[in-house]
Design a protein around this ligand. Structure first.
Ligand SMILES: C=C(O[C@H]1C=CC=C(C(=O)O)[C@@H]1O)C(=O)O
Length: 491
């Protein structure tokens, strides 16, 4: 049954009306310059609008990018793409910076600050293997419609591209037509309140812990790799390597992505809940780690490495926190990341502040050692150049970076794809934010691929590292209804 979006179309109609004079200017400039020119406007929206419903009502072919940061009161949703920058196969985010900035003078708008490009990048530059085939190593695009809700303020930015030879009326009609087609189509998947998977419907999961099962084999293999890696570190080959694992869970029925994202937002308010739809796949997660946030001349970066479980009682929780804050292995693991970030940021900054001791970042499932880094950026830097310089940090790759990445590719046995990469946005003025894509899953129509890793040091205990990945996988499992929560609920 066809369904209208839950976004009131009056907001969109107002945006399309406001767009008319800008499409005239853009069409005229495109004709004069002989190259495409963008037009964009922004109108206010009702903050009560359900942005997730809008994302899910879009047809599968429409690129969709979603970021929800509950603690900051922010929910952003980008639908469609009017312009995209996508590098060659072996290129990372930094390779997009010039092409992206080249659009800056080619926009007709009175709200240049409202043009937020969205996208992200993979952990490495490929080659992409299943289930990531078809995903680029990095891509940024300007959404056709961008909804932003920041606290009590909500707005909608509509953009369109005028190509040389198009009349203003044709450009405007393209914008209006695009929206009409999305707003009257059936949702990609019927939202069935009973669609959440019950733990019992799992064909294969972490829950099947009997000896001799695929789970046991996977655990033994991974723990052997951890032991080998720890011994390579002791032999001086690396300072640190972050090993990840992939858990593939067949889905008996389509996953309820909206329910998963809502559950993650409720349970992990300090995290960035993200989703990126491509074809019939959705890459989603709730990450506690900010790669970089760039404002006007400022940069903020999270150093997050070193992990302990949460306690079942306040006393146990405090004991675990105290243990973490004094654990030699975790402090060393953390300092490798902090010093690497210091070395990478120093040439980009005129001033850098880094606390001497880490604090704690506490989530519902785990607690981490955390050091916030803050700096003043040198001229000429922007969010893409900064994110590129920092990717991937030793919290995801290891140190030395190149050698650790080659080892990971060779030994892990799967393509990380965008796990360990970055998801974020970039304003045309160079500001923006990227989150590290962890605590996540790539959900397709028949299976979900879940990812989690742990920093391996010379004194790592393979069983403890395995348990750490079990804890890190839990948020996604519970959100997707693949594992029942401690409180008996799914989230
Ligand atoms: C690699 C992951 O976490 C990283 C981020 C924070 C703490 C980490 C750790 O303590 O090992 C990891 O470096 C993951 O969640 O998949």
């Amino acid at each position: 049954m066809a369904r209208q979006l839950d976004i009131p179309l009056t907001g969109i109609a107002a945006a399309l009306d406001a767009l008319r004079p800008w499409t005239e200017r853009a069409a005229e400039r495109a004709r004069t310059l002989g190259r495409p020119v963008l037009a964009a406007v922004r109108v206010p929206l009702d903050p009560a609008d359900d942005l997730l419903a809008a994302a899910l009502a879009c047809p599968p072919g429409v690129p969709r990018w979603y970021l929800h940061q509950p603690a900051a009161g922010r929910t952003w949703l980008g639908l469609g793409a009017v312009a995209a920058v996508r590098p060659g196969p072996a290129c990372a985010l930094g390779g997009l910076a010039d092409a992206w900035q080249a659009w800056r003078p080619l926009v007709e708008t009175d709200v240049p600050e409202a043009l937020h490009w969205v996208g992200g990048a993979a952990f490495d530059t490929g080659p992409r293997l299943d289930p990531w085939r078809g995903w680029p190593s990095a891509e940024m695009w300007l959404p056709r419609v961008m909804f932003t809700r920041d606290g009590d303020e909500a707005a909608c930015t509509v953009a369109v591209q005028a190509v040389p030879g198009q009349s203003a009326a044709e450009v405007w009609a393209a914008a209006a037509d695009g929206w009409q087609r999305w707003s009257g189509v059936p949702p990609e998947r019927a939202e069935d309140p009973g669609a959440r998977l019950s733990a019992a419907s799992l064909a294969r999961s972490d829950g099947d812990r009997r000896p001799g099962t695929a789970f046991e084999d996977a655990r033994d293999r991974w723990m052997r790799l951890v032991a080998e890696t720890a011994s390579a570190i002791r032999a001086g080959r690396f300072d640190k390597v972050v090993l990840a694992r992939e858990e593939v869970v067949p889905l008996g029925r389509p996953a309820d992505i909206a329910a998963a994202l809502r559950a993650l937002g409720r349970r992990y308010p300090e995290s960035g809940v993200f989703a990126l739809w491509r074809g019939d796949q959705c890459f989603l997660g709730a990450t506690p780690e900010r790669l970089a946030r760039v404002g006007t001349g400022s940069v903020e970066v999270d150093c997050l490495a070193g992990t302990a479980p949460r306690g079942r009682t306040p006393a146990e929780d405090a004991r675990l926190a105290d243990w973490l804050l004094h654990s030699g292995k975790n402090l060393h693991e953390h300092s490798v990341v902090r010093e690497w970030l210091r070395a990478r940021l120093a040439p980009l900054c005129t001033h850098l502040e880094i606390p001497a001791e880490p604090g704690l970042k506490r989530l519902a499932n785990v607690q981490h050692l955390h050091t916030p880094l803050a700096g003043r950026l040198r001229a000429g830097q922007n969010i893409l150049t900064v994110a590129d310089a920092l990717m991937p940090t030793p919290a995801l790759a290891g140190s030395p970076q190149k050698e650790a990445m080659a080892y990971i590719r060779d030994r892990e046995g799967f393509d990380r794809g965008w796990y360990g990469g970055a998801i974020g946005w970039a304003g045309m003025d160079g500001s923006g934010e990227f989150m590290v894509a962890i605590r996540c899953a790539l959900v397709g129509s028949v299976s979900a691929h879940l990812y989690a890793g742990a920093g391996i040091m010379g004194d790592s205990d393979p069983a403890a590292e395995w348990e750490e990945t079990v804890l890190k996988l839990r948020p996604m499992k519970q959100a997707l209804g693949l594992e029942v929560g401690d409180d008996g609920g799914e989230s």
